[in-house]
Design a protein. Structure first.
Length: 119
């Protein structure tokens, strides 16, 4: 069983910052990349950022490019999402996920951490 546990969410004022963490544990699993997603109330799930685990290359959605930064700590088996210049429209539940291979979808998901940005 693969477990992903997100943390770091909370309430922040617009313009503020938060750093989300996602720790992976459990049996050995294939991990091509890890990603961050979010789901706002009444909306579908939105891709935010991805990091290819072996080489550290990153990609971002246009909505967060320049404000959010994804990074990883191999030793801690953890991926991070640094979120700066937060806006009320960033309010959502944030999830991390594992993409086992480049040809597969994201198979493993965390339980989510809630981020609320007040205006």
């Amino acid at each position: 069983q693969v477990q992903l546990v997100e943390s770091g969410g909370g309430l922040v004022q617009a313009g503020g910052s938060l750093r989300l963490s996602c720790a992976a544990s459990g049996r050995t699993f294939s991990r091509y990349a890890m990603g961050w997603f979010r789901q706002a109330p009444g909306k579908g799930r939105e891709f935010l950022a991805r990091i290819v685990w072996s080489i550290g290359s990153t990609s971002y959605a246009d909505s967060v490019k320049g404000r959010f930064t994804i990074s990883r700590d191999n030793a801690k088996n953890t991926v991070y999402l640094q979120m700066n210049s937060l806006k009320p429209e960033d309010t959502a539940v944030y999830y991390c996920a594992v993409q086992p291979t480049s040809l597969r979808e994201y198979d493993y998901w965390g339980q989510g951490t809630r981020v609320t940005v007040s205006s």
